[in-house]
Write a protein that binds this ligand. Structure first.
Ligand code: HEC
Ligand code: HEC
Length: 153
């Protein structure tokens, strides 16, 4: 690259930088809503609080189809193609001996609702749906209410 080409490129990137920062400050002024709030990108933040799971009483479910929350620690319970630690207690073969609630019958149903002899692949990765119970607040406030028809009144 010769000298004048280099100069021209430097000029263009300078201009681009100005345009981009102008756009960013405009977005800022417009009150763009983000989970980072109005924190500049180059400013550090405190590490997020790690919520501890709550052992003991089970949390009530908020709606009928909600996967129950896990009332125990799950940290070292491995789930991969070779092993599923959750099933060592919750499977139909083991639940009695381990005195654990058995997996739901729905977990044996395939994609089209057909019954299968073993846990359906759709349900193999338990923690995709079942998460340990914590007192974590919702990231975004909401006014969720279960359907009134589901109440006894
Ligand atoms: C060592 C045995 C054991 C292992 C391993 C285990 N659990 Fe449990 N689990 C239990 C027992 C016992 C209970 C009942 C606890 C209670 O009632 O307080 C339970 C309760 C639960 C419940 C609540 C069910 C309900 O109806 O409210 C869920 C959900 C659950 N476990 C999911 C999991 C998942 C997901 C894993 C794997 C990440 C797992 N468990 C691994 C023994 C185990
Ligand atoms: C796709 C989401 C999903 C996955 C994956 C999943 N579950 Fe569930 N699970 C649910 C839902 C929803 C319910 C409650 C409604 C029902 O019975 O289907 C439930 C219910 C349960 C219950 C309570 C059963 C009862 O009779 O009250 C246990 C125990 C459980 N699951 C364990 C597991 C284990 C262990 C795995 C992994 C092998 C797993 N689940 C994977 C969604 C899931």
């Amino acid at each position: 690259m010769n000298h004048s080409r280099m100069k021209a490129t430097a000029g263009w990137s300078g201009l681009l930088l100005i345009v981009v920062s102008l756009m960013a400050s405009l977005a800022w002024a417009g009150g763009m809503d983000s989970l980072r709030q109005a924190k500049p990108l180059d400013a550090g933040d405190l590490p997020p609080q790690v919520h501890r799971f709550e052992e003991g009483d089970r949390y009530a479910r908020d709606y009928v189809q909600q996967p129950p929350l896990v009332p125990h620690e799950v940290e070292r319970y491995q789930i991969d193609t070779r092993a599923n630690r959750c099933l060592s207690c919750h499977s139909w073969a083991n639940y009695r001996q381990e005195m654990a609630p058995k997996v739901s019958r729905t977990h044996f149903q395939g994609r089209d609702g057909q019954d299968q002899a073993n846990i359906s692949a759709r349900y193999y990765f338990c923690n995709q749906c079942h998460v340990p119970q914590t007192d974590a607040r919702p990231l975004i406030d909401n006014h969720f209410q279960p359907l009134r028809t589901l109440h006894a009144d």
